[in-house]
Every structure is written in C-alpha cells, then in structure tokens.
Ligand binder design. Structure first.
Ligand code: 4NP
Length: 156
C-alpha cells in the first residue's frame, strides 16, 4: 500500500475535502494500491466533525463524506509515502512532527495546480467553493504525478 496523507491545520476543512476527492479519484482511476487519509496539526480540533460549510460544499458536489478530526503523529508521517500539505505553515509543522522521516516526502498540494499557490484556509477566507475547486485541481495534478512517478506502487 502506498499511503497518501493530506494535512492541514484543523483537519476539519481542507484536508478532509482532499481526502474525499482523492479517495474517489483513486477508486475511479483504478489506483487500488493507494491508501488515502487526512490529518490536522492542531490538537484542539481532535474529534470534531468536518466544518459545516466544508461538508456542504462536499455534499453539493456529490460527496457523502463523514470524518472526525485526527491529529497528525510521527507514525502517520513514517507510514506515508507522501504527505500533501495545504500551506507553508502546515509544511513546517509536518517537518517538526515528522522529524528526519518527513524530509523529502512532504509536498504542497497547490504545487500541482496551474497557479502553484498555497491552498488558502477557508476558515479565514470564507470561500469554501473556491477552496474545493483548488483542491480538486491539485488532486488531479497530483494523481498525474503519482502515475508518472510511483506507477509501481499505486496499482495494488
Ligand atoms: P483547516 O481549517 O486547517 O482547513 O481544517 C481550520 C480549521 C480550524 C481552525 C483553523 C483552520 N481553528 O483555528 O480552529
């Protein structure tokens, strides 16, 4: 199994959206060897459900997704083939939590979009639709990257 771990701050907005979108993408494109999960770095959000506006955008776009926030651990980083973060702050948090194991396996999801920008936090922007479409574009680019670079590991 090649594990992909999406990480944001709270694990109640961006990374659960990415988990829902990428899980479906893997299923639809036959990448049966990929295990998808999401985590947050902010312990205070642990156990909380997906934030209502994020859950609504997912539902409006046809995703029935239930998730409760889980805090990122070093083991999550050790177990992951790649860790996909949303912004620079997540990036440095993952390096802090994952230590040496994180070196070389952390990437920004936004790097796989045309703009290359970070996926801004909708908790602050309030624009959950825009976040969803950036995440979807990032996941499409990332799926392409996985097929090109990890073909031997992603097909069960
Ligand atoms: P997320 O959004 O990192 O996309 O899940 C946030 C959720 C909660 C908080 C910040 C960002 N918070 O400060 O509680």
């Amino acid at each position: 199994m090649f594990c992909v771990c999406f990480v944001c701050l709270g694990n109640i907005c961006r990374s659960p959206m990415a988990e829902a979108v990428f899980t479906r993408m893997c299923k639809e494109s036959g990448m049966t060897g990929v295990k998808v999960k999401s985590r947050g770095t902010l312990e205070s959000e642990k156990g909380r459900p997906v934030y209502m506006p994020a859950a609504k955008v997912l539902k409006d776009n046809g995703y029935d997704f239930v998730h409760f926030s889980v805090t990122l651990t070093k083991k999550d980083v050790d177990d992951a083939g790649l860790v996909l973060v949303m912004d620079s702050s997540n990036y440095y948090d993952v390096l802090k939590i994952g230590g040496a194991a994180a070196q070389g396996k952390v990437k920004k999801l936004g790097a796989f979009t045309k703009s290359g920008n970070d996926i801004e936090d909708p908790w602050y922007t309030g624009d959950f639709e825009r976040t969803f479409s950036e995440i979807k574009e990032g996941c499409e680019g990332f799926a392409y990257f996985l097929r090109a670079n990890h073909a031997g590991q992603i097909y069960g």
